[in-house]
Write a protein that binds this ligand. Structure first.
Ligand code: XMP
Length: 530
């Protein structure tokens, strides 16, 4: 059993050389039902050996492997008898270290390129003889290392893939992990399930089962405290811990009065006394306290800071009432772990403290992070496995400061009410339109936004309702298409849907006489307003 993760399953290791697709490689491996972890290229060979991986994958990276200062790895890695697959930079490095030649490519390949493969190679079993692959390289392998045979090429790249079957070493110049490589998943499957001989035992039901066992061993009869926000990660962590240790778990849910409409009650319905989970649930109704702290504050960063600090204070007060706890649980997930651990100098992955920060001065002995090995889609699957309602599991991302950063300017209870009501109408209508489209067309609408919400602008303007002049707020509707939330485009929600939303908000939400649609992409805008 792996001591840190508590997981006993077969494992493939991804060694990261700074490529932008490192997490994607690991996710593709996991889609083959094989557990996979990412480590920096600085990780010691002894540590890699101790993990007894069934296979090793070397990622791409931005450097040239023949330069002295570029990331490299000991030749010993290729002599362990463990199958190794090098991708792009990883492929070039493998060739370079083992005596092949890598140099600047006379023709730089970028984008979708037709590759001719030897389908007799185990790596390309069931792959078409010519197949479209995603290439992105300045250097190329001009000569494969001795004892390697070439098993794929393109018009401009003589060594698009090479293998040394005897030593179980494989090198691919293109990126099978990227979806533009049409048969890439098949290639990764061929490597991990075929060449490495993995059985494919990584499934969410077995994850839940193993984690429950591990948590019980780790916690013993100790007490665990979890800050439950109602977001996907902390909810799934609560569900998992509850299954493992029941009432030894206490969840503190702080209702800061900046949640979406009815959200506090929804969280309580799932995790509270009448819910389906065995745990101690404490709801702190801190709305008034927050509004008092935020009165008169208009500067966005200051608002964020107050909301964060107040959360720590409330949480700490509750923790004090409970007394000493043995473990503080956090909903850290794998991308947090990778991002906080691989970029720095340390090759050992560090513990990640979740967004918003938690009190360092709550009295606990250890941190427990039951989801630290899961990607977001796996967290969702685990959540469903644990019986957490779909509504919670598939929630949109919601920022820690909540509606506090969707109300521009000063926050008041009245403004919170306005934005909650408008936002509930907007989400209801978009969800309805998406469902109707799917039913009518049998497919998901391309305009379906990845995140959508209403915000309250700080602008009041003149309008007329009935025979009366009004002077009320403008609500802004936001809807974006995004893959990673780092960049985003405005989603093209049908005009008729927007009109329905506008009509309902004006008619049903007191205090609003104007509705605008935000067209800004990110950059230059951000998704949230503050
Ligand atoms: P921005 O506004 O930076 O948002 O384009 C990108 C994504 O991050 C979410 N977001 C936050 N999440 N705490 C969080 O946990 C925050 O303070 C925060 N600010 C923004 C936002 O909803 C979007 O999905």
């Amino acid at each position: 059993m792996d001591k840190e993760s508590g997981l006993s399953m077969e494992k493939v290791i991804v060694i990261d050389f700074g490529g932008q697709y490192n997490q994607l490689v690991a996710r593709r491996v996991r889609e083959c039902n094989v557990y996979c972890e990412i480590y920096s290229y600085k990780t010691d060979i002894e540590q890699i050996k101790a993990m007894k991986p069934k296979g090793i994958i070397l990622t791409g990276g931005p450097n040239s492997c023949y330069e002295e200062s570029s990331p490299s790895y000991s030749k010993v890695l290729f002599e362990l008898g463990i199958p190794v697959l090098g991708l792009c930079y990883g492929a070039q490095l493998m060739m370079h270290v083992l005596g092949g030649r890598v140099e600047k490519a006379p023709v730089r390949e970028y984008g979708k390129i037709e590759v001719t493969v030897e389908s007799s190679s185990a790596l390309f079993a069931d792959v078409s003889e010519t197949t479209v692959c995603w290439m992105s390289h300045n250097d190329y392998i001009s000569q494969a290392a001795p004892s390697f045979s070439i098993c794929a090429h393109t018009a401009d790249c003589p060594v698009a893939a090479a293998e040394c079957v005897e030593k179980k070493l494989y090198a691919i110049q293109f990126h099978p992990e990227v979806l533009h490589t049409v048969e890439g998943t098949k290639m990764i499957y061929n490597f991990v399930r075929g060449i490495c001989g993995c059985m494919g035992t990584w499934r969410m039901d077995s994850f839940v089962e193993e984690s429950v066992k591990h948590i019980r061993e780790q916690v013993g009869d100790g007490k665990v405290l979890l800050a439950l926000s109602g977001g996907v990660d902390s909810s799934v962590a609560a569900g998992l811990l509850s299954r493992a240790i029941g009432k030894q778990l206490t969840c503190v849910f702080v209702d800061h009065g900046l949640l979406r409409k009815d959200e506090g009650d929804e969280v309580e319905a799932v995790f509270g006394r009448d819910g389906d989970f065995d745990l101690n649930f404490i709801r702190v109704n801190a709305q008034e306290r927050y509004y008092a702290k935020l009165a008169g504050v208009t500067e966005p960063e200051r608002k964020r800071k107050i909301i964060g600090e107040e959360f720590i204070r409330v949480f700490e007060e509750e923790a004090k009432k409970i007394g000493t706890v043995d473990f503080l649980a956090q909903g850290t997930i794998y991308p947090d772990v990778v991002e906080s651990g691989l970029g720095g100098e340390s090759a050992v992955i560090k513990s990640h403290h979740n967004v918003g920060g938690l009190p360092d001065y709550v009295d606990f002995k250890e941190i427990i992070e039951p989801l630290r090995n899961l990607f977001k889609d796996e967290v969702r699957k685990a959540g469903l496995e644990l019986g957490i309602p779909e509504k919670l599991v598939f929630r949109q991302p919601f920022p820690g400061p909540g509606l506090g950063i969707r109300i521009i300017g000063e926050i008041t209870a009245e403004k919170v009410r306005i934005v909650q009501d408008a936002d509930a109408i907007y989400r209801e209508e978009v969800d309805r339109a998406v469902a109707v489209y799917a039913k009518e067309h049998g497919t998901m609408a391309v305009w379906k936004p990845d995140q959508y919400f209403a915000a309250l602008t700080n602008m009041r303007s003149v309008g007329v309702m009935g025979d009366e002049r009004t002077y009320d707020y403008a609500v802004a509707l936001r809807a974006v298409k995004t893959v990673d939330f780092m960049t985003a485009e405005c989603a093209e929600i049908p005009f008729a849907v927007l009109q329905t939303v506008m009509n309902r908000i004006i008619n049903e939400v007191r205090g609003v006489n104007r509705v605008v649609y935000d067209l800004t992409s990110k950059p230059p805008g951000t998704i949230e307003f503050e």
